[in-house]
Structure formats: C-alpha cells, structure tokens
Design a binder for this molecule. Sequence first.
Ligand code: XMP
Length: 215
Amino acid sequence: MEKRLVVALDIKDGEKAIRMARDLSPEVFAMKINWPLVLYSKPEIISEIASFSRVICDFKVADIPNTNRLIVERVRDLGAYAVIVHSVFGHDSLSAAVEAAGDTRVIAVVSMSHPGAREFIGPLGDRLLDLALSSGTYGIIAPGNDPETLSALKSRSGSLKIFTPGIGAQGGDPAEAVRAGSDYLIVGRAIYDSPDPLGEARRINDRISKATLPQ
Ligand code: XMP
C-alpha cells in the first residue's frame, strides 16, 4: 500500500535532515521542507533530499504573479515534487504558480491548523477551495486537527489531494484525520523530536493503515 505519511523536516541541520530523509524514506510518501532548513543550509538541499524521496517545498508562496513565478520556477528546477502556495492572494497569483510549476505540483493553502487561523483565513475556506479547484492545483492543505472543517472541505474538493498538517504536536489524531478525508498526513515534531523517529513513523503508519481498512 502506498504510504500516506509526509514528514515535515523543520530542523536547521542540513546533514541531519539528509540522514533523516534517507532513513525515513521507506516509511513516507514525501518529505516536506520549510524555510528553516533551506535558510540554515542551502537551496540545493531540495535536490539532495529528492534523491531519497519526493520533496514538498512548504514555502507558502504568497506574492504577486511575477514573484510567485520566479520562486516556483526555481523550486521546480531543483526537483521538488510539489510546492505549497497561498491561495488567498487571488486567482492571478495562484495561476501564475501553477503555470510556472510544470510537472511540479501546486498544493494550495485553503485553511490552516493553528489557533490564529480562526481570525482571518478560516472563514474563507470555501471560497479559497473554489479558487484552488478553478486554478489547476493538485491538492490543498486542510487542518488535520479539525475533523469538522476537514470533512467539509473534503466533501467539495473533487479530485484534489488533501494534505493535513496539525497531527501530533498540534493535537490531531492520524486515524481521525484519515476518517475525515485526509489523503496525506503531515507530521513534524512528533517524528523528528522523537528518540526513535523511524519507530514513530512506523507507529503512525500503522494507525493510518488500520483507519483505512473497512470497519
Ligand atoms: P508539526 O511539528 O506541527 O509540523 O507536526 C507541521 C508542519 O506543517 C506546517 N503547517 C502547516 N502548513 N498549513 C500549512 O500550509 C497549515 O495549516 C499548517 N500547519 C502546520 C508547519 O509549518 C510544519 O512544517
């Protein structure tokens, strides 16, 4: 069965990140990297990790169309499997990212998992999902620690893949997220801060598999 776990490598040490990516690669669908790792190491770490696993660049690209294009072209050329882009800045900005991405997939943020998301982005979820659906994106980010919002977005998301952070350190439960419609579960601290990251990844995969089986 294809793995559905995405490990967020929010660490600063590039050598450690590469070791973790190599060791965890049999247990993951993809590794997700964010600004901390790239800023503390180098952009080419994307290509280095891509030699072990798919890489999702969580750069939450959020700018005018031209700047989005410049960022996404570089990410694409470095071999990323996907890049995360904000949808809240409108159709032109999101579409520019999709066009620039080529074979690299664009995953649109339509909701977020932290408490502050309720202030502004939360109430816009349905409209942002419509934008993602009409802009040729591959997937969306939806909160793995809010099953109600997740299943509401899932019911309207057509063939978009749903990636859910918020599992573990932010309170979300893997089995509940799968039942609410998550396709891929993003887990960071619960794995990379564990004394046994590989064992933790296997335990989470086990919970995902059990939740996937018919009840
Ligand atoms: P933890 O340590 O909380 O890491 O398991 C979660 C990872 O996912 C990112 N994150 C989000 N990304 N929308 C996003 O696009 C969200 O709602 C969201 N919540 C968490 C976070 O940056 C970290 O890499």
